[in-house]
Design a protein around this ligand. Structure first.
Ligand code: GLA
Length: 392
């Protein structure tokens, strides 16, 4: 039941073979960037909160070389289509949609004064798409890293992540926070990327206990609402902060939310309650993790899920079912905690569990979920992995 993570070295070989097969070119540059999973701290990266993601062992790989022209010729394993971008004209949003992430990142480099030479590239991915695991951030960060290789330059990691976030805002129309691009850019083996989203500073915190396993379970559903739903939630939090009359969610207490409850009105008051409580949960979760206090950590993950389900309303039936099954397996069955992860409205759950029981837990999750929904979830384990890098 537990799917294995494809080896990065195999992906790299397949990507350079793909470049040769499809574009008859020899790879001279290969970049890899991972997706992410978030342990806790959801929908608060755009609210000056704290978030605790890590880079997963699933990558987008781009292999390529210069082609002596002024065009980028890009193809991928996902779609047979050959995308040709004219690098002498600023790129605009166009079809196919996946190429907009590349257009946006190219624009970011051009805006910084870089002249990008024509190149051929082939893209391969082991990050499941539409699964709430940030395949889009992985594509942006892989593109940025590939361009660094092409231009023989290195951006400051924070600047690179922000450039990629802007590509997502301007070219994919998603007003996302900084979590996904930071996790993909800053990820390190055995480290969580705890981000203070107010200061924009990441802190790498150890996560190396071999007795702990993080299971990622993809519901295999992606509800339509997701696109507009994200922007609406973000707007609710902005409205809420303005009504409460503070400059930052970090200065808002539970008592402030309660005092403004009527004025905030529904659903903004519940959105506000989620933000304030999730910021506090994430800080407490970091302490619990450091102290190996798994009981507290599990309870915080459960409370996070309930708050996302009831107050922030970004969960869905399938996510709730996966979390319910994990909760039923419980501490005796080796589950420490489970919750939805990422933007929601479908996508994946994250289950923290004991390593020696992980395979059994995955089997139960798969069986019960299939029985209740008719979908076969994709389940795999991941340890914190290396962030975006050039493969040499
Ligand atoms: C998406 C966004 C992130 C973050 C999460 C929710 O993944 O890209 O910035 O807001 O949703 O935590």
């Amino acid at each position: 039941m537990l799917q294995l993570n494809p080896d990065l070295s195999d992906l790299v070989t397949d990507a350079s073979n793909g470049l040769m097969d499809k574009l008859h070119a020899n790879a001279t540059i290969t970049a890899a960037a991972p997706g992410r999973v978030n342990l806790i701290g959801e929908h608060i990266d755009y609210c000056d909160g704290f978030v605790m993601p890590f880079a997963i062992d699933r990558y987008i790989v781009i292999s390529g070389c210069t082609n002596g022209s002024t065009q980028a010729r890009i193809t991928s394993a996902i779609s047979e289509e050959l995308v040709i971008l004219d690098l002498t004209q600023l790129q605009e949003i166009a079809e196919p949609k996946w190429a907009n992430y590349l257009r946006g990142v190219i624009r970011g480099f051009q805006d910084r004064g870089h002249s990008i030479p024509g190149f051929d590239a082939y893209i391969l991915s082991s990050v499941p798409g539409g699964a709430g695991l940030s395949s889009s951030a992985a594509l942006e960060c892989a593109t940025a890293t590939f361009l660094e290789g092409l231009l023989d330059t290195v951006l400051d990691t924070k600047e690179k992540a922000l450039l990629c976030q802007k590509a997502e805002h301007d070219f994919a129309g998603v007003p996302c926070g900084i979590m996904d691009q930071y996790a993909s850019a800053f990820g390190k083996p055995n480290r969580l990327v705890m981000i203070d989203c107010k200061t924009g500073e990441p802190e790498l915190i150890p996560f190396e206990n071999p007795d702990l396993t993080v299971l990622i379970s993809n519901t295999m559903v992606h509800h339509e609402l997701s696109d507009g739903g994200y922007a609406i939630r973000r707007k609710h939090t902005e409205d809420g902060l303005a009504i409460i009359g503070k400059d930052s969610w970090r200065d808002v207490s539970t008592a402030d939310v309660e005092a403004s409850w009527e004025k905030l009105g529904d659903p903004v008051n519940r959105r506000a309650r989620h933000v304030v409580s999730e910021i506090s949960r994430t800080i407490r979760a970091a302490t619990a993790l450091t102290n190996n206090d798994f009981e507290t950590l599990g309870a915080l993950m459960a409370a996070s899920h309930h708050s996302l389900r009831d107050d922030f309303e970004v969960s869905c039936e399938e996510l709730d079912i996966l979390v319910e099954i994990a909760d039923k397996i419980g501490r005796n069955g080796g589950v420490i905690g489970a919750r939805m992860t990422g933007g929601g409205f479908g996508g994946s759950t994250v289950t923290l569990c004991e390593t020696n029981k992980a395979a059994d837990i995955a089997a139960t999750l798969a069986d019960e979920y299939d029985k209740r929904t008719g979908f076969k979830p994709q389940i795999f384990a991941s340890r914190p992995s290396r962030g975006a890098h050039l493969v040499v």
